[in-house]
Design a protein. Structure first.
Length: 153
């Protein structure tokens, strides 16, 4: 199955370095093929803290910024023009950079951790209760191991 991945930026003030974007692109393509069901079309939008807060408020009722939001097929037609593909992740680069420092991971690992988490949401997994949270975390750890990332939790 052909994989389509588009990386977009809300503006040019928060753009990933080219080498990091290339690595993120290739690892995300790998992740898309490792999940059930396989994902064939994802857009990753890197956006500001203000935009992610607006999206979080609009779609989750939470008026605060967050690191990543996932939008699957069920939201199609309800979203604004900024997000209009079957599988979409909105990522706040500012928050990711801050968390990378806080967790001692580096930006690449934190982005891959969050994108893996977002991909699992696109596949229908959630962490809305302790049992489901643990199952999702274990799946996240396994996926990260499959792309060579270990011991970050």
């Amino acid at each position: 199955m052909k994989k389509n991945l588009v990386i977009q930026y809300e503006d040019e003030t928060a753009v990933l370095p080219e080498k990091l974007e290339e690595k993120l692109f290739s690892q995300t393509i790998r992740l898309m093929g490792l999940v059930e069901p396989e994902l064939e079309d994802i857009v990753i939008l890197f956006c500001s803290k203000n935009t992610i807060q607006e999206l979080n408020h609009q779609y989750r009722g939470l008026d605060k910024p967050t690191d990543i939001l996932s939008f699957g097929d069920s939201k199609l037609g309800e979203r604004d023009e900024q997000l209009n593909h079957p599988g979409e992740l909105a990522v706040c680069l500012e928050i990711c950079e801050s968390q990378a420092l806080e967790y001692g991971l580096g930006l690449e690992l934190e982005l891959l951790r969050l994108i893996t988490h977002g991909i699992l949401h696109l596949c229908g997994l959630d962490h809305d209760d302790p049992e489901r949270e643990e199952a999702m975390l274990q799946r996240e750890i396994k996926l990260l191991e499959l792309i060579g990332i270990v011991d970050i939790y």
